[in-house]
Design a protein around this ligand. Structure first.
Ligand SMILES: Cc1cc2nc3c(=O)[nH]c(=O)nc-3n(C[C@H](O)[C@H](O)[C@H](O)COP(=O)(O)OP(=O)(O)OC[C@H]3O[C@@H](n4cnc5c(N)ncnc54)[C@H](O)[C@@H]3O)c2cc1C
Length: 624
């Protein structure tokens, strides 16, 4: 009798007495339990004959090419350290919980994308004689089921840096201790390797990560001067990741097992099950509807390594868009102004090193210019935020950010709601927020503007914005998202980029095509008025078929605006903007004298914020 079957039956005595008694033949639950325990310990004694198993626990690295955990598994199998490999991906209910700001952590766009990623990875693994166990549940529960009955086991996973992910790691490490298992974490998500950057002889010097500059440029200069991007490691070949025998035991819940009790099936059953949309761990069982393709979207994003590699090929080789990236990167409309690789990079369908080496090849074969370098420059921003999170830990999630500066926020929930729904009356902000809600994507130019507006113009707590982005973004990456937001809020000690939204709109959406694309109510408004529709006279409004204040909102009145300002005890306070962001931002806020309720003053002036609410404890409760 397999240990796994006995163990699972033992755990089910209370919930499913019939299964337990089926194993022992004993009707009395108490006796049944005693008998099972005895049988399990006798199996334990003979367990040394069990297989030595590797578990490839995929998380944000859903690819085969240049994946260090996959490569490591291949090496260990070749060296005969282990007998078989179980590749695994879990939809962890903790990443579908509702946040304290009221958003389900993983929204429907990303959930759909991740299902597609898992499906593609499963197919790629099958093509090399392996498979992917895709399931719903906490990895610690699933993995302890996968390693039942083994004589040795190791779980290989990509190194994460933030608290929720690390707390899951700790639970997995504990769960496999019983099987004398080891959790081995390998760095893999960045362009530059952690050892090369922050290791004992890395670019950051003797202090390692503690010596990391908190601003981008000196960080970039150090890594560029002292580090090399490592070569890609190959994808596995056929037979290099041998599966356990099909009938191997597996004691863990199947997706859709609403009772969440341990079932005793064999691995083949689990491999054959792929979670459907409504089996994902949605809050209170209420699955949102599957997102439909939106014809207005910049791109049809489909998850998976195959599509990621195809996108890279399209951007570099088919259309040669790479050679003009520097000129187009601040666009907002269409698929071609930027690489759009972010969703695939975030899920790990493609590694930044693959992108880098393809760019180098392109530079050697086609052209090397400012544009080809600038994509690499952006990938270093991505690295920057990951290393920044490694250095600063949980403070990137704190109200006062890494600077600890305490500000008071505008508590008017109507403002927040109008921002989220794209009804602020500022066309550039509204168009971007509606694109995000409809598609899960927004350009970098858009993100900077909507974040600046939320925090620096209407004075809403930046964490609300970051939390909403976490929910809705296709390309959500914990470090890039929270890092960009906390920096936009001016809470990292670096420069604060306060954007003049109307100026930005005129600079980057010159004819208003982007705004018209997402705001049908303004579709007939000419370029001269599109970014300031409140300036239209009644006659103009009639002519262009829109009534401001009825069909499209008036901008938020200055009496409702707030600016974050220094609260008691935290020191510091609101600082006006300085300098320019990527592609140039501009200082200050509105310049026009408004009609139709336009903010009258140059800056938001009043603060309606209540007392600052700051609790270290609750901020630490990322998964607790
Ligand atoms: C408030 C805010 C939140 C953001 N949240 C995320 C997020 O959750 N996930 C995410 O990947 N990016 C985030 N970004 C960064 C950036 O906006 C997106 O990476 C970019 O818009 C994605 O489009 P793209 O792939 O076409 O980028 P490209 O312009 O083609 O850039 C190439 C790649 O470089 C990386 N990159 C570019 N800019 C940045 C940046 N500022 N920070 C980190 N990486 C960058 C991305 O991986 C991107 O795919 C955020 C930016 C802001 C201002």
């Amino acid at each position: 009798m397999q240990h796994a079957v006995l163990e699972s039956a033992r755990r089910q005595v209370r919930f499913r007495p019939s299964i337990a008694s089926g194993v022992t033949g004993c009707k009395n639950p108490r006796h049944c339990l005693i008998l099972l325990q005895a049988m399990a310990s006798s199996v334990n004694m003979t367990q040394s004959a069990g297989p030595r198993r590797l578990v490839l626990w995929f998380r944000n690295d859903l690819r085969l090419l240049d994946n260090y955990i996959v490569h490591e598994a291949v090496q260990k199998i070749k060296a005969k350290e282990f007998d078989d490999v179980v590749p695994l991906y879990c939809f962890d209910p903790r990443f579908f919980k509702t946040s304290k700001w009221g958003h389900q952590k993983t929204g429907s766009f990303r959930a759909k994308f991740l299902l597609e990623c898992a499906e593609n990875l499963k197919a790629s693994l099958k093509a090399v004689g392996s498979d992917l166990l895709v399931t719903v549940g906490q990895p610690e529960d699933i993995i302890s089921g996968v390693v039942q009955g083994t004589s040795a086991c190791m779980v290989l996973t990509q190194q994460e840096v933030t608290s929720e992910e690390l707390s899951v790691d700790a639970k997995v490490a504990r769960a496999i201790k019983i099987n004398k298992g080891e959790l081995r974490k390998l760095w893999g998500s960045t362009l530059y390797h952690q050892e090369d950057v922050a290791g004992p002889s890395g670019a950051l010097g003797a202090q390692g990560i503690r010596g990391m500059p908190d601003v981008f440029t000196p960080f970039k200069e150090k890594v560029e001067r002292k580090c090399l991007v490592r070569k890609e490691v190959p994808a596995p070949k056929s037979g290099e990741l041998p599966l356990p025998p099909r009938g191997a035991p597996m004691a863990a819940p199947l997706p859709g097992d609403t009772q969440q009790v341990v079932t005793s099936e064999n691995l083949a059953v689990h491999f054959a099950t792929f979670p459907e949309w409504n089996m994902l761990p949605w809050q209170k069982g209420a699955a949102p509807s599957l997102p439909k393709d939106d014809k207005r979207a910049a791109l049809e994003f489909k998850g998976g390594e195959d599509v990621a590699l195809a996108r890279l090929k399209y951007y570099l080789w088919d259309k040669q868009l790479l050679s003009t990236y520097f000129e187009t990167r601040n666009g907002m409309l269409g698929g071609d102004y930027s690489t759009k690789l972010a969703p695939w990079l975030a899920a790990g369908c493609i590694s930044p090193r693959t992108v880098y080496h393809q760019i180098k090849k392109y530079e050697a074969q086609v052209v090397a210019n400012k544009s080809t370098y600038w994509v690499i420059f952006e990938l270093i921003w991505r690295d920057f935020f990951r290393f920044f999170a490694l250095k600063h830990g949980n403070s990137i999630f704190f109200e006062g950010g890494t600077s600890g500066q305490m500000l008071m926020w505008n508590q008017d929930s109507e403002l927040w709601q109008r921002w989220k729904e794209g009804k602020t009356g500022l066309p550039l902000v509204d168009a971007n927020m509606r694109e995000l809600a409809a598609t899960g994507f927004m350009s970098n130019r858009g993100r900077q503007n909507v974040a600046s507006y939320l925090v620096l113009d209407i004075g809403v707590d930046w964490r609300r914005g970051a939390d909403y982005f976490e929910h809705v973004l296709l390309d959500y990456d914990v470090c890039s998202n929270w890092g960009n937001w906390v920096a936009m809020a001016g809470l990292t000690g670096g420069r604060v980029n306060h954007f003049n939204i109307t100026k930005q709109a005129k600079d980057y959406d010159i004819d208003g095509d982007y705004v018209r694309h997402w705001l049908p109510e303004l579709r007939n408004v000419p370029a001269a008025r599109i970014h300031e529709p409140w300036l239209m006279s009644k006659e103009e409004q009639a002519k262009y078929g829109v009534q401001i204040g009825v069909d499209y909102p008036n901008p938020i009145h200055s009496s409702k605006l707030g600016k974050p300002h220094g609260g008691g005890g935290g020191g510091g306070g609101y600082r006006p903007s300085s300098g320019s962001g990527r592609g140039g931002s501009s200082q200050g806020s509105y310049s026009s004298n408004g009609r139709s309720g336009r903010p009258e003053s140059g800056r938001p002036t009043t603060t309606r914020g209540g007392a600052r609410q700051f609790s270290k404890k609750s901020e630490f409760e990322r998964f607790g």
